[in-house]
Write a new protein. Structure first.
Length: 560
């Protein structure tokens, strides 16, 4: 086996085997089939990368198909957001399809199954059907309506379509095997009556197909060769194939369903229903809140398409469910931004520093490198003056030898500027430090070529000139949940593990080069982390989101 063959994931092995067995590569076609009942999350991103990645690898088309069979939960807003997310990730679909486009065809095939004795109208209540379906350890019993005549079933089914019955009075069921060990094969529902306006078909239908009936048949209509699903659909594969067997006509492409493990992240929830709860209960500001694992939330937080694609590739395609450490996702965005994010100076917990021997009214514009990781990034000018802001935690009046920042009588270098020495402090009546008074060495200017400029001191601090600083709102995000697996507790709701400190909003100061930035622009605040411009930002008020810290926790996880 070649190295190239060894690197294939198990889905690719299946496709390669099909080709070797005579399946024409020209007939390979994939699809990404979201339900438009919520915003996509990082788990969907993995599926998007897999399906569209297979399309690129095999030079095969990939359809975007919305499985829109439940008008009670689906909205155009979700359709639009899904399309935006896929485009943002860098993928293009061949055809934009909707299961609702096939409602008439699906209805016609259901009529065919009735005529062939493979489907019937059941008039039991949902409670009665649940009881007669049995349990995993006991066989089910046949519905009293299972042996209705073909003529009666056809008549009832048409009247269901025409809106003659109330919701819940009748359903259409497949006639398979009420003793099957697979509960899904015990006469599953195919249609239910639902008087809800559909976002595409309006009120044309009051009879809506169930997902299991719709999914495989939609694949068949679109000539999808390989229907890639997440692992929870493995028990559905038998039903998927049974439905196809009953409508398939040779020599058309018969879709093949195969399953891979869904993505699960620690310290988060991935259920659309639970994510909707967070939104509805105002725990977060919306589906695109940067604490949400949605693609739109990650985008707003400052994650890049390249980082998410890298994450999906690193996680790989598995056959068994597992939990991925969120630190790996953070590692991927940190690596990506390290290469492309401009370095700037910002102070988030400011205290004023006054250089007493620097001439009043004087200012200098110093050279600062934009990104040492990018040789084409160039440099910028930053203003320096007598009064600066530094981080409050970068100064102590007294400190031990391991404190390499500023202390009384100690020296540090100001980034891109001079060496300073702390001489005194000014405090308020409560002992809070208001000002740090320093002196500077005018010969120690960075890059000046003097002997003093090359003098080594152990600490280097970032700073912002008070006269030139831009005030900014900075949103510091932490994990939304305190528990590693918030939805795994049988006796507690996941809502009980919400982190009350998942968002802190502070006022900071940034260097003036950030004037005129636009939404989603990203930066490394030196010594603080990676940040990006939020959509709430305006010309009058800069708003930054913290994307990720500088510290790599994934390396520690890997080396445990």
């Amino acid at each position: 086996m070649s190295e190239e063959t060894k690197s294939l994931n198990f889905i690719e092995h299946i496709i390669e085997e099909d080709i070797q067995n005579g399946f024409s590569p020209e007939n390979i076609r994939f699809r990404f089939p979201p339900e438009p009942n919520g915003y996509l999350h990082i788990g969907h991103a993995k599926s998007i990368c897999l399906n569209f990645g297979l399309g690129l690898n095999y030079n095969a088309p990939v359809n975007l198909r919305f499985d829109d069979t439940n008008p009670a939960k689906e909205e155009q807003e979700y359709v639009d957001s899904i399309k935006e997310d896929i485009k943002w990730l860098g993928f293009e679909w061949d055809k934009e399809c909707y299961s609702s486009d096939y409602f008439q065809q699906l209805y016609d095939w259901a009529v065919l199954l009735i005529k062939n004795g493979k489907a019937y109208v059941d008039s039991q209540s949902s409670e009665e059907m649940a009881e007669q379906k049995g349990t995993p350890t006991t066989v089910g019993t046949n519905s009293p309506y299972r042996d209705r005549s073909v003529e009666e079933n056809l008549d009832l089914f048409e009247r269901m379509k025409n809106g003659e019955f109330e919701a819940g009075t009748h359903v259409l069921r497949a006639k398979i095997d009420m003793s099957s060990p697979n509960m899904l094969m015990r006469d599953p529902l195919m249609y239910r009556i639902l008087f809800k306006e559909h976002h595409r078909t309006g009120n044309d239908w009051c009879l809506y197909p169930m997902y299991d009936w719709t999914h495989g048949e939609s694949d068949y209509v679109e000539a999808i060769s390989h229907s890639i699903c997440t692992l929870e659909f493995l028990p559905h594969r038998e039903l998927y194939e049974w439905f196809l067997d009953n409508i398939y006509e040779a020599p058309k492409v018969k879709p093949k369903q195969r399953e891979f493990a869904r993505l699960n992240l620690n310290y988060t929830v991935m259920s659309k229903r639970k994510l909707a709860q967070l939104v509805d209960n105002n725990v977060v500001s919306g589906w695109d809140d940067p604490r949400m694992p949605t693609i739109s939330g990650l985008r707003r937080k400052g994650y890049t398409p390249a980082a998410i694609r890298k994450f999906a590739d690193t996680v790989g395609v598995a056959k068994r469910d597992n939990i991925i450490d969120v630190a790996l996702l953070e590692f991927c965005i940190r690596e990506d931004l390290n290469k492309k994010a401009p370095r700037v100076m910002a102070v988030l917990n400011p205290v004023k520093l006054i250089i007493t021997n620097y001439p009043e009214g004087q200012e200098e514009w110093l050279d600062a490198e934009n990104n040492p990781e990018d040789e084409h990034a160039g440099s910028r000018k930053v203003p320096f003056s007598r009064e600066l802001y530094i981080e409050r935690e970068d100064f102590k009046e007294e400190a031990n030898r391991k404190f390499f920042r500023l202390k009384l009588g100690g020296e540090v270098r100001l980034k891109n500027a001079y060496i300073i020495k702390a001489e005194d402090v000014v405090k308020d009546e409560n002992g809070e430090i208001l000002e740090i008074h320093c002196t500077y060495d005018p010969l120690s200017k960075s890059g000046s070529g003097t002997e003093e400029s090359m003098r080594k001191v152990k600490g280097t601090l970032h700073w912002v000139s008070t006269k030139h600083a831009l005030e900014a709102e900075v949103r510091l995000y932490d994990r939304l949940f305190l528990d590693e697996a918030p939805d795994s507790h049988k006796d507690k709701s996941f809502m009980e593990f919400i982190n009350p400190d998942s968002l802190k909003v502070i006022t900071g100061y940034v260097e003036p080069s950030l004037k005129g930035v636009k939404e989603l622009d990203h930066f490394q605040f030196q010594r603080l982390g990676y940040f990006n411009i939020d959509k709430d930002s305006t010309k009058e008020k800069l708003v930054f989101n913290k994307t990720v810290g500088l510290r790599d926790t994934w390396a520690k996880v890997k080396n445990k």
